[in-house]
Design a protein around this ligand. Structure first.
Ligand code: PCA
Length: 218
């Protein structure tokens, strides 16, 4: 009998804010089914909605029991692949989500810790991306919209599973989206997919993160 391979769960979001696509879903679905360092990649789409996004994520965690989870979202206006350091316990939406909800100053988990740090080796990932000539940075905030909501909920769900690593990566617009946002930077889909593959591979092969300063941009 074949033992099933350990899995990596990648998530991306559906389009929001008037866009016709979301680069996070376009990128992770291209990695669906790939093998990275003996792990089978599974991609799931999450709705850009407070609440339902997290219910879908928790269902996907139960279903695929991954060894590693990387959630990905669009950050229009950023020019690099951003490795997020920290998720904070607040929903504070500037625009309504895809279900019309717009929470202001609301805790994601009532009584939960103010913040969770990523458990991805973000300094090693930054070094690997830079070595490969891919534009990357460490980010100190994932915002307070649905991406931070999912990131916080992921880290909360993993709080008693130290063997499962998880974190969040924001990516820029695709070139076809940037046309509608004059001056906004963009990255080609192939570059994003290559970056995500390296982010996953580095997480699977790095036990201890590197100590490397100067990754911040904010
Ligand atoms: N980006 C949004 C939510 C969905 C997405 O792709 C964010 O940064 O919160």
């Amino acid at each position: 009998m074949n033992t099933p391979l350990p899995r990596v769960l990648l998530t991306g979001f559906d389009p929001f804010g008037g866009e016709s696509l979301n680069p996070s879903w376009e990128a992770v679905r291209r990695l669906d089914g790939e093998l990275v360092h003996g792990h089978h990649v599974v991609a799931e789409q999450l709705p850009t909605c407070f609440g339902t996004s997290l219910r879908r994520l928790r269902a996907a965690l139960t279903r695929s029991k991954p060894a590693l989870v990387v959630c990905v979202g669009q950050a229009g206006g950023r020019s690099r692949v951003s490795l997020e350091r920290v998720a904070i316990n607040v929903d504070d939406a500037r625009i309504p989500d895809n279900a019309g909800k717009q929470p202001i100053d609301r805790a994601i988990v009532r009584g939960g810790p103010a913040a969770y740090f990523t458990s991805l080796p973000i300094k090693a990932q930054l070094a690997a991306l830079q070595k490969a000539g891919l534009p990357a940075e460490i980010s100190q905030t994932a915002g307070t919209f649905v991406c931070n909501h999912v990131f916080y909920g992921l880290m909360h769900a993993l709080r008693e599973k130290p063997q499962v690593r998880g974190g969040f990566v924001h990516i820029p617009f695709l070139p076809e989206q940037a046309v509608a946002h004059p001056g906004a930077p963009s990255l080609a889909l192939d570059t994003i997919v290559t970056s995500l593959r390296l982010i996953v591979g580095t997480a699977l092969t790095t036990r201890r993160d590197r100590r490397l300063g100067g990754g911040a941009t904010h």
